[in-house]
Design a protein around this ligand. Structure first.
Ligand code: PNS
Length: 163
């Protein structure tokens, strides 16, 4: 049973995240999408809202036989991963600029728990510039984000911001 944890803020879920989930389906039997409960980052959506959105989007997703679970977590990621009986952290890399941040996290996590491996997948080129942070900025300034987030997420962005 190969189980991976795909952690992130997911504030909100983007097409880039979905692309990484899709790419990882043939590699694992089960993927836990782990939403960080991070009030200090002032997220636009609560962990419950983020989890519900992801679950709804994945409801109409062809999971190709891979079990997809959505949960929120807090505290150290490696502790959470161990508690789930998993040894793989899944992360996506969009561009070289992501590498340094990801390397530092992967090495710190390895130092904390050497038995856990971080697995990196390269994001699709068409989403290589898409981040939740930029997307929220563009949306809040009145720009269009269609095609960069699932339709349901766009609806939730509108509802949350009265548009
Ligand atoms: O989507 P993000 O914000 O880039 O995800 C970052 C995340 C959730 C992977 C990272 O912040 C994290 O693992 N936080 C949990 C706290 C922790 O374990 N910190 C030490 C890891 S270096």
């Amino acid at each position: 049973m190969k189980r991976a944890v795909f952690p992130g803020s997911f504030d909100p879920l983007t097409m880039g995240h979905l692309d990484i989930i899709e790419r990882s389906l043939p590699l694992f039997d089960e993927i836990i999408i782990a939403v960080l409960n991070n009030p200090e980052k002032n997220p636009m959506f609560s962990p419950e809202e983020r989890c519900a959105m992801i679950e709804e989007v994945l409801g109409s997703f062809d999971n190709k036989g891979c079990r997809l679970i959505v949960e929120s977590f807090e505290g150290l990621l490696v502790d959470y991963v161990k508690s789930k009986d998993s040894y793989a952290i899944l992360r996506g890399i969009r561009a070289v600029s992501d590498y340094e941040y990801e390397l530092r996290m992967a090495l710190m996590n390895r130092k904390l728990e050497p038995s856990i491996e971080t697995v990196f997948l390269m994001a699709a080129e068409e989403y290589s510039y898409v981040s939740s942070r930029l997307l929220k900025q563009v949306f809040l300034l009145g720009g269009r984000v269609d095609g960069l987030v699932p339709e349901l997420v766009e609806q939730r962005l509108r509802a949350k911001n009265g548009r």
